[in-house]
Design a protein around this ligand. Structure first.
Ligand code: ADP
Ligand code: MG
Length: 221
């Protein structure tokens, strides 16, 4: 299954703990890295757990060191992402172009790599700065597509309290791993189904409300 991230710019990946979310997120990053040199694609990784992305330490594709364990630092990083978006918007305006693709054509592909921001264990950020994070996610998801910044959120908590509708509304591409009940499946996908998946490495991919597609995720170690 191959998808162009530019067409599904922001993704919510949710499911029970141990269902394979972090392994899958690592696979996504690896498959972006394979065809794209670090001059064209950079990653920002926020890993509150602090153990799941060690394979990326000192990788050239990282835009900054992995943000681990410190949810406040992670919120700060989101502020930096919103600043980056503003800088890039200014650059597009200066060149009188509408988006990163036109900018790349005009400048011969220089100084504007795609940036993929992965936030795993997203609920941890919500516990330290709920309103602030909500505002930042809203700003980033609504403005970043044109400037080549993508947001991928992983979470094992997705009930209405932890993950409010305002955030979900900005993440129309949904990936559901195993969920305990059909109610939980609805919280992720807006429909039932994830409760029937295998407990691990099995997911439903739904793009902007389209019928979910079942996919067996690859394994990376
Ligand atoms: N595609 C896969 N194939 C085989 N085993 C997998 C796969 N994805 C995950 N696993 C196993 O499940 C464990 C939990 O996966 P993980 O991604 O950490 O779960 P989560 O992030 O949802 O809590 C992994 O350590 C690995 O052993
Ligand atoms: Mg995980």
């Amino acid at each position: 299954m191959i998808k162009d991230l530019r067409k599904i710019p922001h993704i919510l990946v949710a499911g029970q703990t141990g269902s394979g979310k972090s392994v899958f997120l690592n696979c996504m990053l690896k498959s972006l890295k394979a065809p794209l040199p670090d001059s064209e694609c950079k990653f920002i990784i926020i890993d509150p757990k602090g153990t799941d992305y060690d394979m990326w330490e000192s990788d050239k594709h990282l835009m900054c060191p992995i943000v681990k364990l410190d949810a406040k630092m992670a919120v700060h990083k989101l502020h930096e992402v919103s600043e980056l978006i503003k800088e890039r918007q200014q650059k597009l305006q200066d060149r009188k172009v509408k988006n990163i693709e036109e900018y790349k054509k005009k400048t011969n592909n220089c100084d504007m790599p795609y940036v993929v921001v992965v936030i795993d264990e997203f609920a941890d950020l919500m516990t330290v700065a709920r309103k602030e994070v909500e505002g930042l996610v809203q700003y980033i998801t609504q403005t970043s597509r044109a400037v080549g910044v993508h947001l991928i959120i992983g979470t094992q908590h997705y009930d209405g309290k932890t993950l409010p509708g305002a955030i979900k509304a900005n993440l129309p591409t949904r990936i559901a791993f195993y969920a305990r009940t059909s109610v939980e499946s609805r919280q992720i996908l807006g429909e039932r189904g994830a409760e029937n998946l295998l407990p691990c490495a099995d997911m439903l991919f739904s793009d902007a409300g389209r019928a979910p597609i079942r996919i067996h995720t690859p394994y990376i170690d």
